[in-house]
Design a protein around this ligand. Structure first.
Ligand code: XMP
Length: 505
């Protein structure tokens, strides 16, 4: 594996993605919490950073730790090594962001094999290396940046000022491949097939004949986790799928059907009335979320108790949830929640197994594909745990849920028919507690409003509204108003996140 040391650059996760796209397994670790390095480590990458090596308290690592490993330092990493070795790093006259082209490349150097003069690279730095010590060899330059790449002579230490991980560096992938394969000797065997195979074997060994319980949601992560576990331990995996009454139209039935087709040992629990009862009269969004969360735990705990001798709780946690990254304001504090163990529901006292915790979202999809999960499950938009409960503004009632389910169904179906669904990160309809006047036939109406939301995003942290084609919006609006009783007006949400959020509540 490859270890990526994070100095806090916004691109660190992207480095990991690129390394994995080359079928090499890698892990991100914060520079101030370096894991023990053993023979499974084939090389180390130092990331960029928003800090400057000229600052006091700039991120620091002891380079001696990596003496016996090939090292690739990017941006801040490159400046750090240069400075530590007696070179000079100074503030650039102009901060350099964006495209540049290599004006000199040493093609005999293994890092730059196959990368030619003129190759476009992506710069993003405020400091520059202005002098390197004699035992450094400059292996690439641009017109502005003489030290765009160097190697420490006689060592497997390489550094570059530009960012090979961004696609604007056109030969970035070649460079990373040169490092990973040519220099580190990685074998490129980290594929979704291999992941599935070794994970299933590991789960078998770890779990033996133990019983495991898992909450299925219909989402990608819990589904892929379930199928992996099912392949490893078969009927000893007990899946629970709770119908909270806040799912999309027909979702519960159709997803349950798919899971059964897969041979999963699954119990569907109809808890619609329980959720609805607890939500009656509640208008406050946070309170609604808390109630839905609490009732889910109660229902799940009841069900888990009915499985005799269950020892493990499986979760679909993925890598972005567990990466301990370095924030701009210094190393991020590891936040540990202090559970009052006595007060926890029983299932939370189980041992936890998380088969996807090393994977990024797109890798989860690929593994799901390898396992034969259908695009029906793999390609679906994210859907919040509290479901339609937070897409009905104000009090949730059975009648409003039915109206919203119809409107949402028409919306999503039209996006699919227009071939837009897969290009959108997330879409859904929202029921507004606002009534407005309309006219249908000769009659005056006074009915509710449906808002439509569709966003583009990479991770849900930031988002922009989708510029859906007017003809598609027109068709959706028409169909909703004509077919869904209780709705006489449709509006489209054109807010980005921030300052709005994706969900309305
Ligand atoms: P916001 O509304 O915060 O949503 O911009 C960002 C992403 O998170 C999803 N979301 C949730 N997912 N439980 C979940 O599992 C929740 O309580 C929850 N709230 C928001 C939201 O759908 C979007 O994808």
């Amino acid at each position: 594996k490859i270890i990526i040391l994070d100095f806090g650059s916004q691109f660190t996760q992207l480095i990991a993605r690129r390394v994995r796209e080359l079928n090499v397994y890698c892990e991100i670790h914060p520079f101030n919490n370096i894991p023990a390095l053993d023979s499974t480590v084939k090389g180390v990458i130092l990331s960029g950073s928003p800090s400057s090596v000229r600052q006091e308290n700039a991120p620091f690592v002891d380079l001696n730790l990596f003496k016996s490993y090939p090292l690739l330092a990017v941006c801040y990493g490159a400046q750090f090594i240069a400075q530590q070795s007696g070179g000079n790093v100074e503030a650039s006259a102009t901060r350099e962001y964006g495209r540049a082209n290599l004006s000199f490349v040493n093609n005999d150097n293994p890092l730059f094999k196959g990368i030619l003069v003129d190759s476009q690279v992506w710069m993003s730095h405020g400091d520059s290396i202005t002098k390197v010590p004699d035992h450094f060899e400059i292996i690439a330059s641009t017109a502005e940046v003489k030290v765009a790449g160097y190697q420490v002579k006689g060592e497997q230490t390489y550094a570059i000022q530009f960012h090979p991980e961004v696609t604007h560096s056109t030969d970035g992938k070649t460079l990373l491949s040169n490092f990973l394969v040519g220099i580190c000797g990685c074998s490129q065997d980290w594929t979704s097939d291999a992941f599935a195979e070794t994970t299933i074997a590991d789960l078998k060994a770890q779990l033996g004949d133990d019983k495991v319980v898992l909450a299925l949601s219909g989402g990608v992560d819990s589904s892929v986790a379930a199928v992996l576990l099912h392949k490893a331990i078969g009927k000893n995996l007990h899946c629970i799928f709770v119908d909270n009454g806040l799912l999309r139209k027909n979702e519960y039935e159709s997803v349950l059907e798919q899971y059964k087709d897969f041979g999963l040992n699954i119990k569907g629990v109809d808890a619609k009335d329980r959720f609805l009862g607890e939500l009656a009269g509640v208008e406050d969004p946070e309170q609604k979320r808390k109630i839905i969360g609490r009732v889910f735990i109660e229902v799940f705990d009841d069900e888990a108790h009915q499985i005799k001798d269950v020892k493990w709780l499986a979760q679909g946690t993925i890598y972005p949830d567990v990466i301990e990254s370095v924030s701009v304001n210094g190393p991020s504090a590891t936040i540990k929640s202090h559970h009052n163990v006595g007060g926890l529901p029983d299932f939370m006292k189980l041992k936890v197994v998380e088969p996807l915790k090393t994977l990024f979202k797109d890798e989860v999809r690929r593994v799901g594909n390898t396992l034969g999960l259908e695009s029906f499950i793999l390609g679906r938009h994210p859907f919040p745990g509290p479901g339609l409960g937070i897409r009905i503004i104000g009090e949730v009632t059975a009648e409003k849920i039915a109206i919203l389910q119809e409107a949402d169904h028409i919306y999503i179906q039209n996006l699919k028919d227009a071939g837009l669904y897969d290009q959108i990160w997330q879409a859904g309809a929202i029921f507004l507690p606002v009534r407005s006047v309309g006219v249908m036939g000769d009659e005056r109406t006074y009915e509710n409003v449906i808002a439509l939301r569709a966003v583009e995003s990479l991770d849900g942290m930031t988002a922009d509204w989708c510029h859906l084609p007017y003809p598609v919006l027109a068709k959706i609006s028409n169909e909703i108003i004509n077919k869904v009783r209780g709705i006489n007006r449709v509006v489209y949400d054109i807010s980005s996140k921030p300052p709005a959020t994706i969900e309305w509540e």
